[in-house]
Design a protein around this ligand. Structure first.
Ligand code: 4NP
Length: 152
């Protein structure tokens, strides 16, 4: 079982999109049983206010025929570092924030999702850019190359 936690700032846009896009990819390849997939935030305010996925994130997934279930933001906890094999962040600031919560990455589990691609980079936050399509395609690229990296 490979355990993957996608992480972003709010866990209402990028990381839940990555969670459902990756789950869909695994399902299409018959790999669902080999993985545990979840997502989390680095800030706790959306967990406290019990905020669900952003309506534009849902709209974008729906338009691309990516199934999703009800999702509410939850903040990453120190024990997540022990539990998950890969902690995949969306940008550099997520990495700093994750490390301030879970401590030093002694097992080299924390990466940016797009670090597996030929053009390592941040995934811009659509909460600020408003561009959920760009987020969708960046996540597709990241998930496809991550899956290739795993050589399953
Ligand atoms: P995300 O985007 O990190 O991709 O989920 C954000 C969502 C909400 C907030 C910031 C970023 N916020 O400030 O509530």
């Amino acid at each position: 079982m490979i355990k993957v936690l996608f992480v972003c700032l709010g866990n209402i846009c990028r990381s839940p999109m990555a969670e459902f896009i990756f789950k869909n990819m695994l399902s299409q390849k018959g790999l669902t049983d080999k993985f545990e997939i979840a997502s989390a935030a680095t800030e706790s305010y959306n967990e406290i206010s019990h905020t669900g996925m952003h309506y534009m994130a849902k709209k974008t997934l729906k338009s691309m025929n990516v199934p999703y279930t009800e999702h509410y933001s939850r903040c990453i906890r120190p024990q997540d570092y022990q539990h998950f094999d890969y902690i995949l962040a969306m940008d550099d600031s997520n990495i700093e924030d994750i490390q301030s919560i879970v401590g030093k990455d002694i097992k080299n589990k924390i990466h940016r999702l797009l670090d597996f691609t030929t053009q390592p980079r941040n995934i811009k936050d659509p909460w600020y850019t408003g561009n959920f399509d760009e987020t969708y395609w960046d996540i597709i690229e990241g998930c496809e190359t991550f899956l290739k990296y795993l050589k399953l």
